[in-house]
Write a protein that binds this ligand. Structure first.
Ligand SMILES: [Zn+2]
Length: 206
C-alpha cells in the first residue's frame, strides 16, 4: 500500500464516520493520538511507516498488525460493539476506549518487534520470546504484574488488567484475584478457531 493509498483510506474512514454521524470518527482520532503517545511512551519514539486503519483484519480477529502492508487494522464492529462478542456497546465509552487502546498497544508490540528489533524468524513474529520480553517490559511500565505461569501473551495486556479496568466493556476478559479467568469461547467460534490454530502453530494471527 502506497502512502497515497494509506492517506486516502484514512480520509475515507473519517468521511464515512462523519457522514453516518457515528462515533467512529472520534474513536479514530483518539486512536491516532494514542498511536503517537504509545510510540513515545513505550517504544522510544520509533519512526514507522505503519498507519492505523479501521478495517476488517484479514486474520478474522478484532485487530492485526500487517507487516507487509505496514498497517494496523482494527475492526469497526468491535469499536461499535456490533460484533456482539467482544465489546459491550452499553458500557461507558471510556471503558470501551481502554479496551481498543490495549488492542492497539498489543499490535504495536508486534510492530516494534518487526520494524525496530527486526525479528525475522516467523515464530518471533507471532508471540515468541522477543515478543514476550517486550510484553514484560511494557507490563513494568504499566504497573501490571505478570503472575507466575502466565503464558497467554497472545492476549496481552487485555487478559491481565484488573477486572474493573474496562468498566464492563470487555465481554471476553476479566481478571479476578490476579488469576486469569478469560471465558472459554464457544466451540466453533472465530476466536476458538484462532486459539486452536495458535496451538497447532499454523495460525497467521499476529
Ligand atoms: Zn498478537
Amino acid at each position: 500500500m502506497t502512502q497515497y493509498q494509506r492517506t486516502a483510506a484514512i480520509f475515507r474512514t473519517v468521511f464515512v464516520s462523519v457522514k453516518n454521524r457515528s462515533m467512529l470518527g472520534l474513536f479514530f482520532i483518539c486512536l491516532l493520538w494514542k498511536f503517537k503517545v504509545y510510540k513515545s511512551k513505550f517504544f522510544g519514539g520509533m519512526h514507522t511507516q505503519t498507519t492505523i486503519l479501521i478495517a476488517k483484519p484479514k486474520t478474522g480477529d478484532y485487530a492485526e498488525y500487517d507487516s507487509n502492508a505496514r498497517l494496523i487494522r482494527i475492526d469497526r464492529e468491535v469499536i461499535t460493539g456490533e460484533d456482539g462478542k467482544t465489546i459491550n456497546p452499553e458500557a461507558p465509552i471510556k471503558g470501551r476506549m481502554r479496551f481498543i487502546f490495549d488492542a492497539l498497544l498489543h499490535e504495536m508490540i508486534h510492530m516494534y518487534c518487526v520494524e525496530a528489533l527486526e525479528v525475522e524468524k516467523e515464530i518471533e513474529l507471532y508471540h515468541g520470546l522477543t515478543f514476550q520480553d517486550e510484553c514484560n517490559r511494557i507490563a513494568g511500565i504499566l504497573g501490571l504484574e505478570i503472575y507466575e505461569g502466565y503464558d497467554e501473551y497472545e492476549w496481552f495486556p487485555l487478559n491481565i488488567r484488573p477486572e474493573s479496568f474496562y468498566m464492563g466493556a470487555s465481554l471476553e476478559f476479566s481478571d479476578k484475584e490476579n488469576k486469569l479467568v478469560r471465558q472459554k469461547p464457544p466451540p466453533g467460534s472465530m476466536i476458538a478457531r484462532l486459539i486452536k490454530g495458535t496451538e497447532k502453530g499454523d495460525d497467521d494471527k499476529i
